[in-house]
Design a protein around this ligand. Structure first.
Ligand SMILES: [Zn+2]
Ligand SMILES: [Zn+2]
Length: 423
């Protein structure tokens, strides 16, 4: 493999300098072989390759919505070099074989590292624990377990999952949503607007009550809990309390919860139907502040592609979920960097180092230093563009940012020394 020489990049907190890559790793520029590709990075910022803790790749089972190839192409365009692939595929990733199969698909088709997330319960049914130990000891080396799409509602099952994963330094990632409080028909945030629109909503408390329970179970079991897609002010408060108490809990926020509010639902456009739902300004401000002060450790996309025939329905009948991989960094720049809430080293922490550490990935979330795996994204912080859903690498078009003027930062993505995206 011929090398890459990146000239004059701002290395996000480590000063300006050249970056040389050979055989998948950073090397001294003097050790670069002949024929290296040169990238002029004057005015650009180099970030460690982004890691997404929460992606739905849809393969196997729903290859009409997304595949490993198209989902990781979208990831590469968004600056990501690794994605954790949620278990709610068909079949569910609830066995060692299923996890190994997905990892092999990633090795074959991926433009980023594909890390399987294992289900907590068999078939995501919330009744019986899945083969957590076998998945952990498999070639896929699963460390993150989640029934995402469903909440592990049974407190005893949640306790047992937490106890189990402790043996191999795993983590249980909870989609926190009390199913009784949320109800079967709810499709948006419960509040004054849902009443006026005649849409059944579910209350913010359906999330924070489960998180309050689970942080106490994490304390009881001395195990690791991760909270998916935090969307409410009360959840941020509970997490702040838990962290002050020394409980091993981490949490993520999705880009759409940093910028969009339930006001989007006024037009009944199902592209804005997502779980957890878009909330109010008060909650948006709380998750921004939580991400700024580190109560929320990571940004994770919850990239949820859907085929047209699943999404293009009346609002109450449409599938939950929106695309996120290609626009995540753009939204973080818009809401967090351009508003002086986060610096570039903070962005590296929230979108690369912290997620890699939470998932215990050894080759990701590493500094841009000689000897380290060459995973990085080169960004132009000043570039902007109008988002065009038809320009997406994803197979799906449920893009809530379509037509919006946003930062358009990613110039190139390099995964293990290989250029996976270049503008
Ligand atoms: Zn979820
Ligand atoms: Zn999800």
């Amino acid at each position: 493999m011929s090398g890459v020489l990146i000239l004059g990049a701002d290395r996000a907190g480590a000063g300006r300098g050249d970056l040389a890559i050979q055989d998948g790793r950073f090397v001294e520029p003097a050790d670069l072989g002949p024929g290296a590709e040169q990238i002029d990075a004057d005015g650009l910022v180099a970030l460690p390759g982004l890691v997404d803790l929460h992606t739905h790749l849809r393969e196997p089972g729903r290859e009409d919505a997304e595949t490993v190839a198209t989902g990781t192409a979208a990831a590469a365009r968004g600056g990501f070099t690794a994605v954790l692939a949620m278990a709610n595929t068909d079949p569910v990733t609830d066995t060692a074989e299923a996890a190994e199969h997905l990892a092999a698909l990633g090795d074959r088709d991926g433009l980023a590292q594909v890390v399987p997330v294992g289900a907590v319960s068999k078939g995501l049914a919330g009744v019986e624990l899945a083969e957590l130990g076998l998945m952990a000891r498999s070639a896929a080396g699963v460390r993150v377990f989640s029934d995402d799409g469903h909440c592990v509602a049974d407190a005893r099952l949640m306790r047992r999952a937490l106890e189990y994963v402790r043996a191999f330094d795993g983590v249980v990632a909870q989609h926190a949503q009390d199913p009784q409080l949320a109800g079967r028909d709810a499709c948006c945030h419960e509040g004054a607007l849902s009443g006026r629109l005649g849409l059944p909503g579910w209350p913010a408390a359906a999330e924070s009550t489960i998180v309050a329970r689970d942080v106490q179970l994490a304390e009881l079991t001395r195990s690791r809990l991760h909270v998916c897609h935090v969307s409410t002010a009360e959840t941020v408060e509970v997490l702040r309390w838990a962290k002050q108490r020394g409980i091993a809990v981490t949490a993520e926020v999705a880009p759409h919860h940093l910028l969009l509010t339930t006001e989007e639902v006024r037009g009944y456009d199902p592209v804005y139907k997502v779980n957890p739902p878009l909330r109010t300004d008060e909650h948006v401000l709380a998750v921004r502040n939580g991400l700024a002060d580190g109560t929320l450790d990571a940004v994770a996309t919850d990239h949820a592609p859907h085929a047209r025939h699943d999404k293009e329905h009346a609002f109450p009948d449409a599938a939950f979920g929106m695309l996120g991989l290609e626009t995540a960094l753009a939204v973080v720049i818009e809401t967090m960097v351009d508003t002086d809430r986060l610096t570039w080293p903070d962005v590296s922490m929230r979108m690369s180092y912290a997620p890699a550490h939470i998932a215990r990935l050894s080759g990701q979330g590493r500094p841009l230093r000689v000897g380290e795996p060459a995973n990085l994204t080169l960004i132009d912080p000043a570039a902007r563009a109008v988002v065009d859903r038809d320009a997406s690498a994803s197979l799906s078009r449920n893009n809530p940012w379509h037509g919006r003027n946003l930062p358009d930062p990613v110039v190139a993505t390099i995964w293990n020394g290989r250029i996976t995206f270049r503008r």
